[in-house]
Write a protein that binds this ligand. Structure first.
Ligand SMILES: *Cc1c(COP(=O)(O)O)cnc(C)c1O
Length: 521
C-alpha cells in the first residue's frame, strides 16, 4: 500500500483472486468480445430507405449468399471501438517505462500541426508546385537531422527503425558494389548485445553475420572488433548507447578500425534520445544511422505505427542515398525522383510519413536546439534517478555505475526467492504500471530494462520507485504467492504467450453457419 507521498504504509495485499462478477466486467472496465461475436448479420448501422428496384448490371456476378459481415447499430459500433481503446494502455494514461522504446509524452501542439490541411491532406501525386510548404518542411527536417548528426545526406522515406536499418545497409551494399567488392565483402559484424533487428537486417539483404562478444562491462571493445575484422567485412552494426543503456566508450577507435579495414560503420540510432544535442554520431565515425522519429522526436508509436525511421548518411555514403529527395530549382522546391545515377533505388512508393515529419518538426521547433539538448540531459538524469532509487535492492549486471537514457537490472537479486522477472512484471501490472522491457537484452539474465524518458515529472518517478521498492520488500518477506498469482486485477490473468506466438488463431470461425444465423433472426 502507498500513501499519497508514494511511501509504503501497510503490508502488501494477499494473493487472493478477486471475486468473480456476473457480467465478467470489473468495475467500470467493461468486457468486450470480437465484433463478429456481437454482430447480427441482418442489422445495419445505416438508416436508409430500400432502393427502388432497378435492373442489376453485374452480369450474373451479384452476391448469392451472405458473407458474414457483423451487423451493428451505430451506438453498438461506437461502444465496441471505445471499449477496445480503453483496454489499450498508453503513454497518455501513465508511465510507460519500456526500455529501448522511448515512450515519451507526445505534445499536443504536434497533433495540431499535423492536422493542418496542407500537411494532413497532401497527396503524393499532386503537382510539386502545389506542395511547396510540405517540401519545405521535409527539407527543414532534413537540415535539422543533418545538423544534429553531422551527416551529409538524409533519406526520409523509411517507415520504421528496422526499415531505416535496411535502407542504411542497402546504401552500404551499393557503395561496396560501386567499389567492385560485393563478391568478397559479404560479412557484417554484430555485437552480442545488438537489437534483434540488426542481424535480421544484415541477413535479409544477403550478408553473413559474425558476432562480436561484449566485454565483461557490457560494452564492445575495439580489440574485439579488430579480432573479428578481415577483408571480407562490409560493415559493423553497433548500437550506441547500447541496449544495456551504456555509452560505447571506444566508439571512435572502433570506427577507425572499421574504416582502416575498408568497411562501413552502421550505427543503430534508435537510442538517439540520450545523445541528441550532445554528440554528433558522424563526428564519431558513423557512416549511416537511422533515427526513430517515433522515439526521439515524440511522434506517437505503439500499436503498429505509423513510424518513421529517417537515415542519415556520411559523406562517403551520401551519393548512394535512395530516391526521392528534395532539392531547389528555379521555380522553388522540387523532388528528385529519377535520373540520379548512384542512388541505390527507393525504399517506398512515395516520400514517407508526412504526419510523422510534421510532428517531429513541431517537436524540434517547440524545443529549439537548447531544449533538445536538455531533453537528452533530463532523459539521462531520470534514468539515473530511477537507478539510484533502486540500486540498494535491485542488482545491476555491470556494477553500480551511471547509465545513459535507460537503466538495466538483472535477476540476480531474485535468485532463490521463487520470483522471476516475469512474475515481478506481472505484479507491476496490478500496481497500475506497464512493465519495463523484460528479458532483453539477451546478454543479461532476466533483464529488466527501464527507460523513464525526460517527460516524467519527479513525483511520477518517486511513486514508480516507491512501488518497485514495495514490491521488492514483498519479495524479501517471502510473499511469493502474490507474484505467482499476478496479475489479479487485470481483465486477463496470465496468457499463454508462447502458444499465442507459435499457433496464432488468425481467423474467427462462426459457431454455426451464417445461413442458420440468418434464418434464426
Ligand atoms: C526500436 C528499436 C529498433 C527498431 O525500430 P522500429 O521502429 O520498431 O522498427 C531498432 N533498434 C533499437 C535499438 C531499437 O530500440
Amino acid at each position: 500500500m502507498l500513501n499519497n507521498q508514494g511511501r509504503p504504509t501497510a503490508p502488501a495485499a494477499s494473493a487472493e483472486a478477486p471475486q468473480r462478477t456476473f457480467t465478467t466486467n470489473r468495475a467500470l472496465q467493461l468486457e468486450e468480445g470480437l465484433i463478429f461475436e456481437h454482430g447480427r448479420v441482418d442489422v445495419t448501422g445505416v438508416d436508409m430507405d430500400e432502393p427502388e428496384t432497378f435492373a442489376l448490371r453485374l452480369g450474373g456476378l451479384e452476391r448469392m449468399a451472405p458473407i458474414g459481415l457483423p451487423g451493428l447499430s451505430e451506438p453498438e459500433a461506437m461502444r465496441h471501438y471505445v471499449r477496445l481503446s480503453q483496454k489499450n494502455y498508453s503513454i497518455d494514461s501513465g508511465l510507460y517505462p519500456l526500455g529501448s522504446c522511448t515512450m515519451k509524452h507526445n505534445p499536443r501542439i504536434n497533433e495540431a500541426m499535423a492536422r493542418l490541411p496542407g500537411f494532413a491532406d497532401v497527396h503524393p501525386l499532386q503537382p510539386v508546385s502545389t506542395a511547396q510548404g510540405a517540401l519545405e518542411l521535409m527539407d527543414e527536417l532534413s537540415r535539422w537531422l543533418m545538423e544534429m548528426t553531422g551527416a551529409h545526406a538524409v533519406a526520409l522515406s523509411p517507415k520504421a527503425g528496422a526499415h531505416g536499418e535496411l535502407c542504411g545497409m542497402m546504401a552500404i551494399r551499393a557503395a561496396i558494389e560501386a567499389r567492385g567488392e560485393s563478391a568478397t565483402r559479404n560479412v557484417v559484424l554484430v555485437p552480442d548485445s545488438a537489437h534483434g533487428t540488426n542481424p535480421a537486417t544484415a541477413a535479409l539483404i544477403g550478408f553473413a553475420v559474425r558476432s562480436v562478444p561484449a566485454n565483461a562491462d557490457g560494452t564492445v571493445s575495439a580489440q574485439a572488433v579488430r579480432a573479428a575484422l578481415g577483408p571480407d567485412v562490409a560493415a559493423i552494426m553497433l548500437t550506441n548507447p547500447n541496449t544495456c543503456g551504456l555509452f560505447e566508450r571506444e566508439i571512435v577507435e572502433i570506427a577507425e578500425a572499421i574504416h582502416e579495414a575498408g568497411a562501413y560503420f552502421y550505427c543503430d540510432g534508435a537510442n538517439f534520445n540520450a545523445l541528441m544535442g550532445k554528440a554528433r554520431p558522424v563526428d564519431l565515425g558513423v557512416d549511416a544511422m537511422h533515427i526513430n522519429l517515433h522515439k526521439t522526436f515524440s511522434t506517437p508509436h505503439g500499436g503498429g505505427g505509423p513510424g518513421a525511421g529517417p537515415v542519415v548518411l556520411s559523406e562517403r555514403l551520401a551519393p548512394y542515398a535512395p530516391l526521392p529527395f528534395t532539392t531547389r530549382d528555379t521555380t522553388g522546391r522540387a523532388l528528385v525522383e529519377h535520373g540520379h545515377a548512384t542512388a541505390f533505388g527507393r525504399m517506398t512508393a512515395f516520400h514517407g510519413q508526412m504526419g510523422m515529419f510534421t510532428r517531429a518538426m513541431s517537436f524540434m521547433l517547440s524545443h529549439g536546439s537548447d531544449g533538445l539538448r536538455q531533453a537528452s540531459e533530463d532523459a539521462v538524469l531520470n534514468a539515473n534517478y530511477v537507478r539510484a532509487g533502486l540500486a540498494d535492492l535491485f542488482s545491476q549486471p555491470f556494477g553500480d555505475r551511471p547509465c545513459m537514457h535507460e537503466v538495466l537490472f538483472d535477476d540476480k537479486w531474485l535468485e532463490g526467492t521463487g520470483v522471476t522477472t516475469l512474475d515481478f512484471a506481472k505484479a507491476m501490472i496490478d500496481e497500475g504500471y506497464h512493465p519495463m522491457t523484460m528479458y532483453f537484452p539477451l546478454v543479461v539474465h532476466g533483464a529488466m530494462l527501464i527507460e523513464p524518458t525526460e517527460s516524467e515529472p519527479k513525483v511520477a518517478l518517486d511513486l514508480f520507485i516507491a512501488t518497485l521498492r514495495d514490491l521488492a520488500f514483498r519479495v524479501a518477506r517471502g510473499e511469493t504467492g502474490s507474484f505467482h498469482a499476478a496479475p489479479v486485477h487485470a481483465p486477463r490473468r496470465r496468457l499463454d504467450e508462447t502458444r499465442a506466438a507459435r499457433q496464432p488463431v488468425l481467423r474467427w470461425t462462426p459457431p454455426r453457419p451464417i445461413e442458420d444465423t440468418m434464418a434464426a433472426e
